[in-house]
Design a protein around this ligand. Structure first.
Ligand SMILES: Cc1cc2nc3c(=O)[nH]c(=O)nc-3n(C[C@H](O)[C@H](O)[C@H](O)COP(=O)(O)O)c2cc1C
Length: 207
């Protein structure tokens, strides 16, 4: 394995619990693949340009991919195409993806480039590869303690599927706003879940 893309959507930098777990996952892969190159696309530290009127118009026409209007989108799509594993670390913001991640989606999920629309619906053009999505939330959205819906997971799964990415694994860090004990419990549980995947077996050992 040579290339990994890490998308971060938390604006909390090194304080982000999700980004910290993602870094542990990267270290884990590096133990077996020392040559691993990691591209960090930090959507909070380096915000993407907003979508332009030209981009919106170009999407409704058969605009060639090399048109300057797609320059920024092409950079992001190339990062996706190049990676063999995709990690996405994202908080839940108001039951769904943060605006920064939604903007990334609008730059990469592009008709005639990363998907086509056929008679039976939209079909992804990217080759499949493993995707791990770390979702951090202040409260709970699963199980008996759930007090809110989760629109993030089904939405992001659908988006990734429309790109052609079906091998998607969600890992949840819930209840992070409660206290330090809850953070520890959530990260320990997430490490255990991840350790069930061969790439992250080493995460079973306490950090
Ligand atoms: C604008 C905003 C909206 C949020 N919405 C939710 C929410 O709907 N549900 C929830 O459980 N937590 C919500 N949170 C809390 C974050 O998901 C939580 O702080 C998360 O742990 C941050 O992840 P990080 O430590 O990886 O940065 C929200 C936080 C912000 C800033």
């Amino acid at each position: 394995m040579d290339n990994l893309l890490l998308i971060n959507a938390s604006m909390r930098g090194s304080a982000s619990i999700g980004l910290r777990l993602a870094s542990e996952m990267v270290d884990c892969i590096r133990q077996r693949h020392a040559q691993l190159k990691v591209t960090l696309r930090d959507l909070a530290a380096a915000p993407l340009a907003p979508l332009s009127a030209g981009y919106a118009t170009a999407l409704t026409r058969l605009t060639p991919a090399h048109d300057p209007v797609f320059t920024h989108s092409e950079v992001l799509v190339s990062e996706l195409e190049r990676c063999e594993v995709l990690l996405i670390a994202t908080p839940m913001h108001n039951f769904s993806v943060p605006a920064a991640l939604k903007l990334w989606i609008d730059h990469v999920l592009r008709i005639h480039r990363t998907f086509i629309a056929g008679p039976d619906g939209k079909v992804g053009l990217l080759g499949d590869r493993p995707v791990y999505v770390i979702v951090s939330s202040g409260g709970f959205h699963r199980g008996a303690r759930a007090r809110q819906p989760d629109f993030l997971s089904p939405y992001l799964r659908h988006v990734l599927g429309t790109l052609g990415l079906q091998d998607v694994h969600f890992v949840y860090l819930e209840g992070l706003a409660i206290n330090e004990q809850a953070v520890l419990a959530a990260t320990t549980q997430a490490r255990l879940v991840l350790a069930g995947h061969p790439l992250f077996a080493e995460l079973a050992a306490p950090a």
